[in-house]
Design a protein around this ligand. Structure first.
Ligand code: SF4
Length: 527
């Protein structure tokens, strides 16, 4: 039942679907109202994949139902009813309706959203409040997002004044702090990091005995949201035929159990490998559930460690997975809050070429790009190496403007929220922040793609060829990148060897390479 008066309005954003959220601390369904807003702008400020919008809206609607069952009054502003253009519009309308004394929310994971909501509140600071409560005022209380294991102030203290940050040291601190994979004060197995064991390709035979991912049938709510998105965002990228992401905590827990039982035992071995038609492999497929806060990262980490301790799972697989959640995910969030707003406009190399149109369709003769983008459009997902070493790496060597590629990543992945997307793309994949937390740009030639996938077998181009009509763009543009940045790369111990290979190239060959690269860069859209 709607409370007679509203003391607090509890703002729950689409990626804050956690019943244990600090937003609910000390509040009471008898006096306080939950506000959830489906704002059109959240699907249009970047041209969002339909699956990303369906996931957010369906998960929000399921969460609202759960809160209602718990006795909360949920002021739910739906896209097909209230139709708010922006979150600020929805907030303003709810304030006028409920006239709360205070708005309470958890720190958004996107500073654009925080700025917009703060501005909206500032513009209506004189909203009348109940009589006898003093001068007109409206207070906003942002609470810490305790879903995460390292709060921004702790990360800031850890980072100190360091110009360069290294995840590995942060990760060790987190392992010690949370006593994860620790035995008598030492890392389990005697090593902190088993990444070297986790980089195998599939060989000629390809992937064998791949476990099938779970199927989550679309219920009435999800079906309604799919119809809504098809109608309101018909021209948006991606399709919904294969929409299969958890939309409730219950489904997310089933997905976690399925991963721990069936894919974690072999997660590490081929985590960097790619293969035509292998959309998911042994990957966890938990990032969207974690980022919507349907799962808590510590419960995920504990589930993986428990499987190692009780079932003797392969330590390299378990450690590799835990490093992603306890280490990388927390580290990246710390970097986001530390380095914004500069990270948003970072462009170390001064790249300014527009994103080729085929990033939105997959229609390119480069089979590696075609496969990774088509898979992304079908599922709203590709795994980390496809993002880093195919679509991201091409962005660096093809000199694409970082902001355009960052917006693409934010748009097309179901797990994308700015705190996680931006540092991963701008910092890790594109080196746009000049190596603030990576020791070298992640660039490689077509030989890497050939070694880690079967994509080159069915490609118009030849991976080992750098000039001529069949020259592989990955390869030509890689060598061109080395040529352009030879001095800086020679000075970096991690890339000196790359440049040594360049030195062996005859001057005439270099000229041919440069000419080929210029042709490719001038015609990126037709590759
Ligand atoms: Fe990609 Fe080059 Fe291999 Fe083609 S040949 S799939 S463009 S790496």
């Amino acid at each position: 039942m709607r409370p007679a008066s509203c003391r607090h309005l509890i703002l729950i954003l689409g990626d804050q679907l956690d019943e244990d959220s600090a937003a609910f601390d000390g509040l009471n369904p008898a006096q306080d109202v939950v506000l959830m807003i489906e704002a059109r702008e959240e699907s249009t400020h970047v041209w969002s994949h339909k699956a990303r919008t369906v996931l957010f809206l369906s998960a929000m609607r399921h969460f609202a139902d759960k809160l209602r069952q718990r006795g909360w009054w949920v002021a739910y502003r739906a896209l097909d009813k209230e139709g708010d253009a922006t979150l600020a519009d929805g907030l303003r309308a709810a304030l006028a309706l409920y006239r709360p004394e205070r708005v309470i929310g958890v720190e958004p994971g996107d500073l654009r959203v925080r700025g917009q909501l703060d501005s909206a509140l500032a513009s209506i600071a004189n909203l009348p409040v109940p009589a006898g409560t003093g001068p007109p005022r409206l207070l906003m209380e942002w609470r810490e997002d305790r879903h995460f294991m390292c709060a921004p102030p702790q990360f800031r203290r850890w980072a100190g004044q360091s110009a360069s940050l290294r995840m590995e040291f942060f990760y060790r601190m987190m392992r010690r702090q949370y006593q994860v994979l620790m035995d008598d004060g030492q890392p389990a197995g005697g090593q902190w990091n088993y990444d070297a064991d986790n980089r195998k390709g599939f060989g000629r035979t390809g992937p064998q005995q791949v476990p099938r991912p779970l199927v989550f049938e679309a219920d009435t709510i999800t079906q309604e949201v799919i119809a809504l998105v098809e109608q309101q965002f018909a021209a948006h990228p991606g399709d919904l035929q294969r929409f299969n992401w958890p939309v409730t905590r219950e489904q997310a827990l089933v997905a976690l159990d399925d991963f721990i039982s069936h894919r974690l035992p072999h997660f590490g071995t081929h985590q960097d490998a790619m293969w035509t038609g292998l959309d998911f492999g042994w990957h966890a497929l938990l990032s969207s559930s974690l980022n919507l806060k349907l799962l808590n990262p510590l419960e995920v980490v504990h589930a993986a460690e428990q499987a190692y301790r009780s079932r003797g799972l392969d330590l390299a697989s378990v450690e590799g997975f835990i490093r992603q959640v306890l280490g990388w995910r927390e580290f990246i969030r710390g970097v986001y809050f530390l380095d914004m707003p500069g990270l948003k406009t970072a462009n170390h190399f001064g790249h300014d070429r527009p994103l080729p149109a085929w990033y939105w369709t997959g229609e390119t003769r480069m089979n590696c790009m075609h496969q990774c983008i088509s898979q992304t459009l079908a599922n709203g997902y590709s795994h980390h190496i496809q993002r880093l070493m195919v679509t991201g790496m091409f962005g660096v060597t093809a000199q694409i403007h970082p902001q355009q590629l960052c917006d693409w990543y934010l748009a097309v992945y179901v797990d994308a929220v700015e705190w996680v997307e931006l540092p991963n793309t701008a910092g890790m994949a594109l080196f746009a922040n000049g190596g603030r937390f990576t020791s070298k740009p992640y660039v490689a030639s077509g030989a890497y793609v050939k070694r880690m996938s079967n994509y080159c077998n069915d490609c118009h181009y030849e991976p080992a060829t750098r000039t001529g009509p069949r020259a592989c763009p990955m390869t030509t543009l890689y060598w061109n990148f080395l040529d352009r940045h030879e001095t800086a790369l020679a000075a970096n111990p991690r890339t000196t060897l790359m440049v040594k290979h360049l030195e062996r190239m005859a001057p005439q060959e270099r000229q041919l390479l440069r000419a080929q690269a210029q042709d490719m860069l001038a015609g990126l859209d037709s590759l």
